[in-house]
Design a protein around this ligand. Structure first.
Ligand code: ZN
Length: 356
């Protein structure tokens, strides 16, 4: 692996480029929102391959990601239910529907390219997604919040849409491509889905069909989709960090956060032990998020990021101590308006120097 493509400076540069792209897309996002007002969230595994904006050819910032190990969530989790309900209330206050993608992932060519969070058992991952969707239905009913189970197949980056009445469609096999055909396909698949949501889901489906065609045409080597993550990212605001094989992302949602961090640290250590990544470029990255620099939110984001860094380091020290000497540490906060990551602290292990 190329040295230049890992480490803290690479991450800062990556963020700067994506923040610029995000800001450049502001006009496009406003136009898109005007046309497709439904708010969209995706509950996903922390696996770095799962980048829905790329897979659906959708502008950054349209799909709100929530990530955790295996894509495992529970609306009973205090922090997760607060974050989710806040998002729902925000959407409803603006008169918008909420569409929640409840996802699991697998690879059609080899089960061992599937989800390590579920020990590569696709049935178990899918069943967990189905149960979570049922929980959403139980809590939010069939009104403004619509949830769908969606498989993400990573060999072709194809979405598998699980409909009502146990029907499902693998978008890698679909022949429908026009707007009218896709809308009709979705109406058949989701007979109770509001028409507004059908029309706002359609561009994502068509984008995925186009993306699959591009992946097929490019003959993307499977090698690219193997486990080479070299960043352990803890916190929120990482939708800029979507480069394949880059990061294990642990959201702060799971009440057993320590276990999720330990699991991610072990996976990272595995990548290192098996020689898949450059040991000199391993980074622990933490981030809190804010929108308003004037208020306490900005300062709370700093406290959160610093806490998460120390918390994660303590777990690694305790559970995966061999990983610790290899870690570079980058702590910061992400401005949700620009996706700019602003550094609070960095530690480059070679110099042992901390720069504020
Ligand atoms: Zn996974």
């Amino acid at each position: 692996m190329n040295n230049l493509n890992t480490g803290i400076d690479y991450l800062l540069d990556l963020n700067a480029r994506h923040s610029q792209a995000f800001m450049d897309l502001a006009t496009e996002r406003r136009r898109y929102r005007g046309e497709h007002p439904t708010e969209i969230a995706a509950l996903k595994c922390m696996d770095g391959r799962l980048h829905l904006p790329v897979m659906t050819q959708t502008a950054l910032g349209i799909i709100q990601p929530f990530r955790n190990l295996g894509g495992i969530f529970d609306l009973g989790w205090p922090f997760f239910q607060a974050a989710m309900n806040q998002w729902v209330e925000y959407s409803i206050s603006r008169g918008r529907y909420c569409l929640v993608f409840v996802t699991y992932h697998f690879a059609r060519g080899d089960t061992h390219r599937g989800c390590r969070g579920f020990h590569y058992e696709t049935d178990a991952a899918r069943n967990a997604a189905i149960k979570l969707k049922e929980q959403f239905d139980r809590v939010y009913g069939k009104g403004a919040v619509v949830s769908i189970v969606c498989g993400i197949e990573t060999d072709l980056d194809a979405l598998i849409l699980h409909g009502e009445n146990d029907r499902s469609i693998d978008l890698a096999n679909t022949k429908e491509t026009s707007q009218l055909e896709v809308e009709e396909m979705l109406r058949l698949l989701y007979s109770s889905m509001p028409e507004r949501v059908i029309r706002d889901l359609t561009p994502l489906v068509r984008g995925n069909i186009r993306h699959i065609a591009e992946i097929r045409a490019s003959n993307r080597p499977i090698e690219e989709s193997e486990h080479k993550e070299w960043v352990l990212a803890v916190g929120r605001g990482f939708d800029w960090l979507h480069v394949i094989n880059t990061a294990f992302i642990v959201g702060p949602f799971d009440p057993n956060l320590a276990v999720a961090i330990e699991t991610a640290a072990r996976l990272l250590k595995n990548n290192f032990d098996e020689g898949r990544i450059d040991p000199s470029g391993i980074v622990l990255l933490t981030s809190g998020v804010y929108r308003d620099e004037a208020g306490p939110e900005f300062r709370l984001a700093k406290e959160k990021a610093l806490f998460l860094s120390k918390f994660t380091l303590d777990i690694i020290q305790d559970k995966v101590p061999d990983l610790k000497p290899h870690l570079q540490i980058l702590t910061g906060r992400t401005d949700l308006n620009t996706r700019k990551f602003v550094m609070i602290d960095r530690l480059d292990k070679h110099t042992k120097q901390s720069v504020a």
